[in-house]
Design a protein around this ligand. Structure first.
Ligand SMILES: *Cc1c(COP(=O)(O)O)cnc(C)c1O
Length: 503
């Protein structure tokens, strides 16, 4: 299977090259040329397998230039039971009352307690194998812009992986104290972390600029290095995410919840960069029976408006919310959806992306708008709604959800309210452990003044909820701080060159 660029359909690369390169030279994103199709028989075969087996099957269909052995080795090290607390890294939770037919797919049992682990534990394996196939002996320099969770998950995935160096930029005031501590205490000889004065979009724009800067590229070339990306623009990040939607559906087949051929589910995703929900879209296009893809945003509701109006407009206030991993105004992966929905019209996509970067807005044509609305339902909720949902889930279901997951649950409830439809089972992506956002979750649960210290809050949350503190968070308290550097958005390039010692 080959991959094309969203901005130039004549570009054709192998999976290994798409993963090694991260982004196309024309600034476009790599998309698969066609999608493997799964029929009912394929799903019934898949449901007999464990998670690793399902991953093996789906990955093989996309990574046709990898051997079965390479894929097996990657999948088995990525999803080893000791890393994800058991055999199923993406278990579905059955709620007690569940009057709205909702299944929370918990994607946060990995080493950093957020769903990014699902992809970032696998990506380093895929990337190092891809590099061997395409750019033998080069060191991959991974630059990451993060709104919090990607950074830590990437650091954890890439730490001490031979042939790689990783540098993470995060917005100084745009991540939770726990996220900051997770990153600034990161261990490993090939890792580096730097805060920037600005928000996530500044960090992401800065990274994209460095990526496409010819001068930096030639400096790297001279030093036998090349840039690669662990952001969700990398195909190797998206692919592992397709797996869990299939896996959740199979689990529902196995429990009898799905009991006839072609029975549909709704999929609800708390959305930021549009990566996780795009993976759900791919699953649907591959034949997974999906009714609606429900796109949930926080107060940064660019996507809600886009899906409802067909106009993407980032010219609006940026809000720092209690669901920081969704504080994004430019959702990069939307470009891939537009490419598919225009039937692969690279000219149109290039034009819209140009308009976005020059004026901050673009409007898709009527046909694309209609397809978007057929596929997606969109909604948003502010911090107050998020907290109310956390409290409601705790009170009615005895379930503790994090701030991002709460946004999804809130928007799903809006969907049920608006459509009256509660018969279709809904798979809700639960994207982070509540302990990662202890202050906000506690604040939602109790009226009392929260403890000042992040770790005291974690303990309080455990006491209030009667749930266990995840091991990676409990251990964090003892870790030494290693990074405290802050730079301006314009100073990012210098930080990169200094870290690589190639200035
Ligand atoms: C990254 C993240 C999201 C948003 O996912 P996208 O793929 O960027 O849309 C939602 N919740 C959490 C906890 C995250 O870390």
């Amino acid at each position: 299977m080959n991959y094309k660029s969203t901005r130039n359909s004549s570009v054709k690369v192998s999976a290994a090259q798409a993963i090694a390169q991260g982004i196309s030279k024309d600034g476009g994103l790599f998309v698969p040329e066609q999608l493997p199709q799964y029929r009912y028989e394929d799903l019934t075969a898949l449901k007999e397998m464990d998670y690793m087996g399902r991953a093996q099957k789906i990955l093989s269909d996309f990574l046709t230039d990898f051997t079965q052995e390479e894929i097996r080795e990657s999948v088995q090290s990525a999803y080893a039971p000791e890393k994800f607390g058991g055999d199923n890294p993406a278990p579905l939770t059955l709620l007690q009352n569940n009057d709205k037919n909702m299944y929370l797919m918990e994607l946060w049992h990995g080493p950093t307690c957020a769903f990014k682990d699902m992809a970032l534990q696998l990506l380093p394996h895929l990337l190092t194998k891809s590099l061997k196939k395409t750019y033998a002996d080069k060191t991959a320099v991974i630059l990451v812009a993060t709104s919090g969770d990607t950074g830590k998950a990437a650091l954890e995935g890439f730490k001490d992986v031979d042939g790689t160096k990783i540098l993470v930029f995060y917005p100084e005031d745009g991540v939770s104290p726990m996220q900051k501590r997770q990153m600034n205490t990161q261990e490993g000889g090939n890792v580096s972390v730097c805060a920037i004065e600005g928000n996530f979009d500044d960090a992401q724009t800065g990274v994209k600029k460095i990526f496409t800067d010819p001068q930096t590229a030639s400096l790297l070339e001279q030093n036998n290095m090349l840039f690669s990306s662990a952001n969700s623009i990398n195909w190797g990040r998206l692919l592992p995410q397709i797996v869990y939607y299939f896996s959740a559906y199979c689990d529902l087949m196995n429990t009898g919840e799905i009991d006839y051929e072609g029975e549909k589910v709704n999929i609800v995703v708390p959305t930021g960069n549009f990566g996780n929900i795009l993976a759900a879209y791919y699953a649907k296009e591959m034949g997974l029976p999906v009714n609606k893809l429900i796109c949930a945003s926080n107060s940064n509701n660019v996507l809600t408006d886009f899906i409802r109006t067909g106009t993407y407009d980032k010219n609006r206030s940026f809000y720092t919310t209690i669901s920081p991993s969704m504080d994004i105004l430019v959702s990069s992966n939307l470009e891939r959806l537009l490419y598919h929905l225009t039937g692969g019209d690279d000219q149109k996509v290039s034009l819209w992306m140009k308009q976005l970067s020059e004026t901050g807005a673009y409007t898709v044509d009527e046909a694309v708008k209609e397809s978007v609305q057929n596929l997606f339902y969109s909604g948003c909720c502010d911090d107050q709604g998020t907290k109310q949902t956390i409290k409601m889930m705790y009170d009615t279901e005895n379930y503790l959800c994090d701030t991002h997951t709460a946004v999804a649950v809130n928007v799903y409830h809006q969907y049920v309210e608006e459509t009256g439809n509660r018969e279709i089972p809904a798979i809700v992506a639960s994207t982070a452990s509540p302990y990662k956002f202890a202050a906000s979750v506690l604040d939602a649960l109790t009226d009392e003044q929260a403890a000042a210290d992040e770790f005291a809050m974690v303990e309080e949350l455990s006491a209030v909820s009667g749930t266990m503190i995840p091991e990676p968070i409990a251990q964090l308290k003892e870790k030494k701080l290693r990074f405290d550097q802050v730079c301006s958005a314009s100073g990012m390039k210098d930080v990169v060159l200094r870290m690589l010692a190639i200035q």
